[in-house]
Design a protein around this ligand. Sequence first.
Ligand code: TYD
Length: 206
Amino acid sequence: MFITFEGPDGSGKTTQLNGLMPVLEKQGLDVIRTREPGGTEIGDQIRSVIMDMKNKSMTPRAEILLFCASRAQLVEELIRPSLAAGKIILCDRYADSTMAYQGYGHGLDREALGQLLHFATGGLKPDLTLLFDIPSEAGLRRRLSNHEEWNRMDDYALQFHERVRNGYLEMAAAEPDRYVIINADRSKEEIHKEVVLTVMRKLNRS
Ligand code: TYD
């Protein structure tokens, strides 16, 4: 079972991933977690290039290829072998992030992006994608109040985040069997309950 956590910056998806992990482990399930960009030694090196404030002149196309390079490595090195071994993989962001941020956010050719993503992942899609949906302004505010480090990716304007959010919602509407939209504008505890319920339901069905 391959489960991805998607959503705009500040949607709290990482907190929820952290909260879900021990619940699944307690059930005796073999769970591994990973994140994008990164998740492998090579991927983490690519991540630091992407996030580096020195790299402000990075072009959107160069950025996409770096995200895809990190992802290709992650799929082959970690995700496919783990799935083959029967594990549950929780992944903080995956291909839909590229479609949402670079496609909908930056307005790059979504059809070409789709082909590129297919190439990078070898066509591997998640079994379940949890979309943590939150109004863009609330998400950005939440992110700042967490005192997280402000990275280059955060420098984009609010309008950009709104396009990202709408992109996610459009993708979720197009693939209702894979996506579950979680209202992330609630307390951590409420969201946690819904996440656990959603994942347990999916696991029991398969
Ligand atoms: P990160 O610090 O991991 O933020 P978050 O906790 O929100 O996941 O930074 C990842 C940033 O990179 C985030 O702003 C989303 C962006 N991103 C893309 O633009 N495209 C992608 O394909 C991925 C994986 C991430």
